[in-house]
Design a protein around this ligand. Sequence first.
Ligand code: C2G
Length: 128
Amino acid sequence: MRKVITYGTFDLLHYGHINLLKRAKEQGDYLIVALSTDEFNRGKGKECYFSYEERRKLLEAIRYVDLVIPETCWEQKISDVQEFKVDVFVMGDDWQGKFDFLQDLCQVVYLPRTPEISTTQIKKDLEK
Ligand code: C2G
């Protein structure tokens, strides 16, 4: 079984996230999503609209997602890849190159983002 992992906040879930998760799953047979906790998001300067639990339930309802685990810190990626015997690490290309240190452990794939949509853009549009 070829295992894939990806990381993110996935707040105000939208089709850009779904496009990413679909293509991440296509890299293997089993997709793990490490979901940023509310605490970790505050560290990223992000205040989420949906709590971790709400975002976890949304992700678990997606057909491409097989397991959701918490992302509590930047440093957990190496141990996650080892613990879950991950074959492929996937992120959107806004992170291009940032996780190449994982190449010793697994394949690292950066996928093109869906350009026109983002959680920030949704919030801005709703404020109008
Ligand atoms: N994404 C995308 N297209 C968009 C928006 C997001 O492909 N229009 C991708 C991002 O590139 C990322 C994933 O969806 O791979 C989740 O995006 P965010 O929730 O914004 O995650 P981020 O804040 O980038 O957190 O340790 C890594 C971090 O947790 C990543």
